[in-house]
Design a binder for this molecule. Structure first.
Ligand code: DGT
Ligand code: CA
Ligand code: CA
Ligand code: ZN
Length: 602
């Protein structure tokens, strides 16, 4: 977490606590300030060193907030915040993770019932105590109860976008240690799952203790959970990070084993067994000679049962003739199959496909040639058209598409562009195009209303180069209505890309739950691309949706939905999500040249 993030988080906590104690307006001011501090390009500690006036140069940061920021940077705390925390000792983040529970609700429930965390909230809701509190009713109480499990899981799992930078930092740090021969992430983070339980790291080295020592002294390690021989765990940025150290000649086998998923590993291990081999974290071994021995063991009967209860673990030895283990590819190849990309390892047919040599060549992180969904300061982005275009050019893109929000359902505070704004923006895009050396396309992000219609008129849409249409409101509708809505939207003659189809926000709200096959079929038939929104809070469509789209022959678009230049870097999360859905470059609209893109848009 950068210092800017840290300060912003404190300001947001302050805003929540103010709101919970019934203060009006001020919370909004603090949240706006927090957002601008987080996005500010200069490190906050540098500005704070220049005093309150320097800090107040940040947009939306007034003198009072600037004073608190300076106080925090200098002393490590904000006096008023500390007081508020004592006044209202609640797990604000945990409680507000429940959909429908805001800081206001937290304040009321603490005052009335003394509720301070999720468990107490659940107990009170089950005892039907909440409905008795003024301002609450039976329906609200039921909603709270329904939404607690989602919130609880959200509290346990970290978003990929929060964990991946921590893992990258650990990788770079460990790669720099002399004793480290190789280092890789494994587990769910290597499979690019949208949320991860913990970060797993694997090091190949002849040494153990110096690496454990270095790991526990990693700058980001806030606490050591465990430090043993050849393994250690620390907490970094609120997430557990597990490190294992193995001998270099066993690195590939260990990487395969600890990448998982468990279901994939079972399928691969069974393939090994079928071939008279044994696969475990130490390597792939030929045990065909040992068959008689194994039978003898079985014959020994009851006594051995306890120890051998988990067959897979019972065989976790180095016995047998070693066939492979140094590299992962070699392990897969020795099992007569192609190596399987980590994103595919979910036991969804990848083992059979690899055995038959029909795994698709997955789209690569460097194959994107432009972004089809980006925002500017014409709507809720923070940067001009020219600034965003320049950032796209700098990334090496061949083209760039501007798609600000159109006005409509879900757009609050006058953020969206109406028809005349869109016309005016066309001229501005043409002008900005002179400032960069890549072509700029003018598009819009239109809103799909609850019934599947768009809120921008057809004539305006027809004049644009590209139309992204996304749901932003009515995200709680039932599956059937959601399916009809999205099918109708993809069938709209002017819609080119279905943006973040479910509207989910990972760990915050589940979003729509459409029949993905039906939407994929409709998208394929009508020549509309389905977006993988690469914003790590979204990753929407997810891997399963992408898989359905690819199987239906629909086109995918991997877009960042960037509101700032640095958010273009989120593209990698989108690419790996598309890979989880078995997408090839040929399936991805913005992996095509400008000509290829244009012919799709015709
Ligand atoms: P997560 O952390 O909950 O997002 O999911 P993973 O997949 O990272 O799971 P984790 O961290 O518990 O373990 C990493 C991988 O290591 C897992 O995918 C499979 C493998 N693994 C770990 N422990 C065991 C075990 O006791 N038995 C088996 N078969 N596999 C294991
Ligand atoms: Ca893990
Ligand atoms: Ca783990
Ligand atoms: Zn959107």
């Amino acid at each position: 977490m950068s210092r800017n993030d840290e300060v912003a988080t404190r300001l947001e906590e302050f805003a929540d606590l103010l709101e919970a104690t019934g203060v009006e307006y001020k919370p909004t001011a603090y949240r706006r300030a927090a957002e601008n501090v987080r996005d500010h390009p200069a490190p906050i500690e540098g500005l704070a060193a220049g005093g309150e006036d320097a800090v107040a140069e940040i947009d939306r940061v007034g003198d009072a907030i600037a004073a608190k920021i300076v106080e925090y940077v200098e002393t490590g705390e904000i006096g008023e915040l500390t007081e508020l925390r004592e006044e209202l000792p609640v797990d604000m983040a945990g409680l507000t993770a429940v959909e429908g529970v805001g800081p206001n609700t937290v304040g009321s429930l603490y005052d009335a019932l003394g509720i301070s965390d999720l468990d107490e909230l659940e107990t009170a809701a089950e005892a039907e105590e909440i409905r008795e509190v003024s301002g609450f009713g039976a329906k609200t109480e039921e909603n709270i109860l329904d939404n607690i499990p989602f919130a609880r899981e959200a509290r346990e799992r970290t978003r990929l976008g929060d964990a991946r930078p921590v893992a990258d930092d650990a990788l770079a740090y460990l790669a720099d240690r002399d004793a480290v021969e190789s280092v890789e992430v494994c587990g769910s983070i290597r499979r690019w799952k949208p949320t991860i339980g913990d970060i797993d790291l694997l090091v190949a080295s002849e040494e153990r203790d110096p690496i454990v020592e270095a790991f526990t002294h990693w700058e980001a390690a806030d606490a050591t959970i465990e430090a043993g021989t050849g393994k250690a765990s620390v907490r970094a940025d609120g997430t557990r990070v597990d490190l294992r150290i193995v001998d270099p000649d066993e690195f590939g086998a260990a990487l395969q084993y600890f990448t998982g998923s468990r279901a994939h590993n079972v399928a691969v291990r069974n393939r090994a067994i079928d071939r008279g081999r044994k696969l475990n974290e130490y390597g792939l071994f030929d045990v065909s000679d040992a068959e008689g021995e194994a039978a003898d063991d079985d014959a020994e009967g009851e006594a051995a049962d306890g120890a051998a209860a988990d067959g897979a673990e019972a065989d976790a030895t180095r016995a047998g003739e070693r066939i492979a283990g140094e590299s992962e590819d070699e392990v897969y190849r020795a099992l007569d199959m192609d190596p399987v990309s980590p994103e595919l390892r979910e036991d969804r047919g990848e083992v059979e496909a690899a055995a038959e040599g029909r795994l698709p060549p997955l789209v690569g992180p460097d194959e994107l040639r432009g972004d089809l969904h980006t925002h500017t300061d014409w709507s809720d982005g923070g940067f001009s058209i020219a600034e965003m275009a320049a950032a796209a050019e700098e990334r090496g893109y061949d083209y760039h598409v501007v798609t600000d929000h159109a006005t409509g359902p879900g757009m609050v505070g006058g953020v969206g562009l109406d028809e005349s704004d869109i016309e005016a923006q066309a001229a501005a895009v043409a002008e900005a195009a002179d400032e960069v050396d890549i072509p700029l396309l003018h598009g819009i992000e239109a809103n799909i209303d609850a019934g599947g219609d768009l809120s921008t008129d057809d004539e305006t849409l027809a004049a644009l180069d590209l139309v992204v249409a996304s749901p932003h409101a009515a995200l709680g509708q039932d599956a059937e209505a959601a399916t009809e809505r999205l099918v109708r939207a993809v069938e709209h003659p002017h819609v080119d890309v279905l943006g973040h189809p479910t509207g989910r926000l990972i760990n915050e709200r589940p979003g729509l739950d459409p029949d993905v096959e039906a939407v994929a079929e409709a998208a394929s038939a009508s020549g509309t691309a389905i977006e993988v929104n690469a914003n790590p809070a979204r990753l929407d469509a997810d891997g399963e949706f992408v898989r359905a789209a690819v199987e239906a022959g629909a086109t995918i678009a991997v877009n960042t939905d960037a509101h700032a230049p640095r958010e273009l870097d989120n593209a990698r999360y989108g690419v790996h999500t598309a890979r989880r859905g078995w997408a090839r470059a040929a399936d991805v609209l913005n992996a095509r040249s400008l000509d290829g893109l244009r012919s799709f848009l015709l």
